[in-house]
Design a protein. Structure first.
Length: 184
């Protein structure tokens, strides 16, 4: 039997940053809010168990060592439930991925970008597309997602559709290369 020393919080968070799942986001929120338990949607747990079972087991062991528990809940998707918190969480997840793309391309978005739902403050109606406008250096671009696409993105399913649309919208903001303008 091999004994290992318990992992401290910093080590766990460092390990989770390398994960291809969003387990770290849930753990960080639990720590930030000083919650006694990790509350996670059942669909996320299923995805973690399928994609990274060792990482999920590591988190469960760490929680146990910390005297904390896991509470798995059947969740209502942000697109179906349409709570302000659910919509904001969904927007933040998309914005995180957008930020990574923009940074990788050495771009900076203009202040106020992205703009969701044409700047309206009310929540989207059920079934209404999720619209986002981007701007950088005066160039503008827009992208639209169906509620089902946002649900799939949030549910840890492969987010190819959302990411591909984000990439096209970001690419549309880039100035054309000299060769594309016929100047090279």
């Amino acid at each position: 039997m091999i004994l290992r020393r318990p992992m401290n919080t910093d080590e766990l968070l460092a390990h989770l940053r390398a994960s291809k799942t969003d387990i770290g986001r849930f753990v960080a929120a639990m720590l930030r809010e000083h919650l006694p338990q990790l509350v996670v949607p059942a669909n996320a747990v299923r995805a973690w168990q399928e994609r990274e079972p060792q990482t999920w087991a590591l988190v469960c062991d760490w929680l146990s060592e910390q005297g904390k528990s896991v509470r798995v809940v059947e969740s209502v998707s942000p697109c179906q439930g349409l709570t302000r918190r659910g919509v904001l969480d969904a927007q933040m997840r998309v914005h995180e991925r957008l930020g990574i793309m923009v940074t990788e391309l050495g771009m900076v978005l203009d202040p106020g970008s992205p703009l969701w739902f044409d700047g309206r403050l009310e929540l989207p109606k059920p079934g209404e597309p999720w619209k986002m406008k981007l701007s950088s250096g005066g160039a503008t671009s827009s992208v639209e997602f169906t509620p089902a696409e946002v649900d799939a993105f949030l549910g840890e399913q492969p987010p190819e559709v959302v990411l591909a649309r984000l990439r096209r919208a970001v690419d549309a903001l880039r100035p054309p290369r000299l060769q594309e303008r016929g100047l090279a």
